[in-house]
Design a protein around this ligand. Sequence first.
Ligand SMILES: [Fe+2]
Ligand SMILES: [Fe+2]
Length: 279
Amino acid sequence: MITIDEVREQFERNEELATFHPLAIKIMNMVEDPDVSIVELEKVIEKDPVIAAEVIRVANSPLYMPSQQIKSLRYAISYLGMAVVRSIVIVTALRSVYKKVKNTEVASYLWKHSLISATFARELTTSVLSNKLNKEITFLITLVHDIGKIALLNFYTDLYQRVFVEVKNGGQFFTAEREIIGVDHCEVGALLLGRWLFPVEFVETVAKHHEEPFDDYTAIILLSNLFSSSMTDVLINPIGYMAYKDRALEILGVDSYIFSQVVDSAKKKLEKSGDLLSV
Ligand SMILES: [Fe+2]
Ligand SMILES: [Fe+2]
């Protein structure tokens, strides 16, 4: 059985996975600072042409529908707002992490799961929780909730294949991981996000995202998982989530009729996202 200390040693040996894009971390912190200007943010983003191009591409996508084509990075930032730009930067940096993982087919499925879940979390927050929570923060926390699976898949590829078999047969990821590997994706994800210097709120939420009692963020993640399992037919067993759905809705103060409306609007957003979802 693998212990969390052994996973920690794997991170020590695997600099590539254990370090997150430094520019993305810098941008994440900059956007939290209310005194940062668009020009300052532009100066940092333009140091990475891939990220800069992605910000402009997303600004022009059907998801954000500008009335005329946006060509400059500065205009894209002012059009989208800094918080959305931060999300695009993190998505772009994270996508390249998923691309590097050994089992690309599974990684691509996990990436889709993350983006679909995060899109739903953003939609739910925008529609009914905007007085309580920040939609881009819930988007990002949900985006990274299963990052531990990527680390486990990368380090223990063969064992993780067995986890997938177990899940396909009706098991839950975190229980199968504990039984087959010895650690679960929640603790590994929290460890990795801590190394990546993500905010403590992210680390703590990811650590307990399958644990009761749920709080606002973990309730959102649970509902987002449920939504994602209805959109992608493989590798998620929704039964485990269904049992907690009502409790999660209650914690958030959302009734099931409103929830079904959010489901519909999230589906429309995903249709508009198109190729933004691909790895
Ligand atoms: Fe999870
Ligand atoms: Fe998940």
